[in-house]
Write a protein that binds this ligand. Structure first.
Ligand code: ADP
Ligand code: MG
Length: 231
């Protein structure tokens, strides 16, 4: 489903004239099969989030190929990337990235608005998904009126609302206590099993990586080893 080949990316840091180049992605190759949960594990600064940004098309790599369902996305322009993302990816981030001035319903509805779905269908689908993640009773609450776990459920509902085949998650439990972490990981496992959604999960936390079918280890811009693991 995702095929990444010979991916390289460099950031320039520092003042003009005294710029330093840092290689953040070094010749990365990997693939993700449909229905898999893949964990990319590594220390802070190893390049995990950059890899996710490139896979999502938010960032262009210097060189290399990213294919999603056999479509090359590494050379898309911004408009093409945005349209492709809406159809193929859902996102979950450590800091939830909810809109503070929109309530739960409106946050989850947003991707459907962007896709031009008509209001009555939007309402029906949002209500269905809020029920699925156990948030129907807080549909009119604002993000700052929710617990961290509830906020992450909102962002999961928003990720699911367009029925994407793939969810990209960057430290999805990084801001949660350990009990809430277990609940969110259980929800991810359930979505993978029941709806066959493919997950790419970025994490520095070995516990989180335990839910993956395969773990890929990132170290200093290199993607190492492919550790098989069965849930
Ligand atoms: P991780 O998610 O594993 O913590 P990142 O991909 O965020 O790692 O960062 C990898 C390296 O790239 C770090 O050294 C970081 O400082 C650097 N980096 C990340 N984003 C940028 C950027 N936009 N500009 C310059 N350097 C960056
Ligand atoms: Mg990161």
């Amino acid at each position: 489903m995702i095929e990444v080949q010979s991916l390289n990316h460099t950031f320039k840091i520092g003042k003009k004239g005294k710029e330093k180049k840092i290689e953040v992605l070094k010749n990365i190759d990997f693939h993700i099969n449909q229905g898999e949960i893949i964990a990319i594990v590594g220390k802070s600064g190893s390049g995990k989030s950059t890899l996710l940004q490139v896979v999502a098309g938010f960032m262009k790599p210097d060189t290399g190929s990213v294919k999603v369902n056999n479509t090359e996305i590494a050379k898309f322009n911004e408009k093409q990337s945005a349209a492709f993302r809406l159809d193929h990816f859902g996102f979950i981030f450590q800091n939830f990235q909810l809109l503070p001035n929109q309530n739960v319903f409106e946050n989850v509805e947003l991707p459907l608005k962007l896709k031009g779905v008509q209001p009555s269908i939007r309402k029906h689908n949002v209500e269905k998904i809020l029920e699925k993640v156990g948030l129907s009773h807080v549909a009119d609450h604002y993000p700052n009126e929710l617990s961290g776990g509830q906020q992450q459920r909102v962002s999961i509902a928003r990720a699911l609302i367009t029925n994407p085949p793939i969810i990209l998650a960057d430290e999805p439990t990084g801001s949660l206590d350990s009990q809430t972490e277990i609940e969110i990981l259980d929800l991810i496992k359930h979505l993978n099993k029941s709806a066959n959604i493919t997950f790419m999960i970025i994490t520095h936390d070995e516990e989180v990586a335990q839910i993956a079918h395969r773990k890929l280890r990132m170290h200093d811009g290199l993607l190492l080893g492919d550790v098989k693991h069965v849930i």
